[in-house]
Design a protein around this ligand. Sequence first.
Ligand code: CUA
Length: 313
Amino acid sequence: MGRLFDFMLPDNQSPLTADSTDGLFHFITEVSFILLVGITIALIYFAIKYKRKSEDDETPLITHNNTLEISWSVIPLLITLVIFGWGYSGWLNLRSVPDDAYEIHVNAFKWNWGFNYSNGAQTLNELHVPKGRPVKLVMQSRDVLHSFFVPDFRVKHDVLPNRYTYVWFQAEEAGEAQIFCTEYCGTSHSNMLAKVIIHEPDEFETWLETNGGGVSGSPVEQGEQLVSLQGCKTCHSLDGTKIIGPSFKGLFGKQETLSDGSTVTVDENYIRESILNPGAKVVQGYDNVMTPYEGRVSDDEISNIIEYLKTLK
Ligand code: CUA
């Protein structure tokens, strides 16, 4: 059943969280539209009716009109109370996660979304969820304030450092939905995008099983997976192009000029320092925008990443 302003809303892929938001949206927009039309018509009508007709046409002195003043105070008050009650019940619904929700952990960091699943599976910028089951996202940021937003689910919440926040939804159709960051978080904020991949329930179980267990393989293979999962490729290309940071191609063994004019050879120690404390030696022509990875990667992981970088000639 189409409503007048349906065209303004994106798909509704999670009715349990979206319906009350949409209902309220339609109510506010339709009431505003009716008021706009009514006030415009009255304005034009009065302008014509009370136009000054002659030189001695004088407006009578009007002090007040109780009926009019009470009605234009009480009617808007009632409309506002309806909007408040509706909004509050919608907010309570978004705060009450169903007990059987499947939990996924979300790590936001400049400028990526990382997802950790119950069996150890990890993905970057791709959130895999089952269809027809409530999903709870427990979210935190590793650096600055971000905000998680899926328009098709009508869920949005700030993601903070040092504190967990959450959202929940239940996708009812297999397919995809877009994730945005909606808090300005630095240079590549507008590229901080991810996709929700909604699977059929049995397909999701299969996906979990095949992707569980984290990184594996030889040191070089593990390094390659880590570089993907840690979001390095958002800022460092593998083909020599300049994005936000220096390209990884041909990086190992290279002479770099730093922002203070001195030079450094890219060896194991320089890479290690640049991962843990990127601001220590910034290459000339680049900004100091990388989040320190101190506490987020282990020594073994750093060694594997270095082994992988050595292969990018
Ligand atoms: Cu993260 Cu904007």
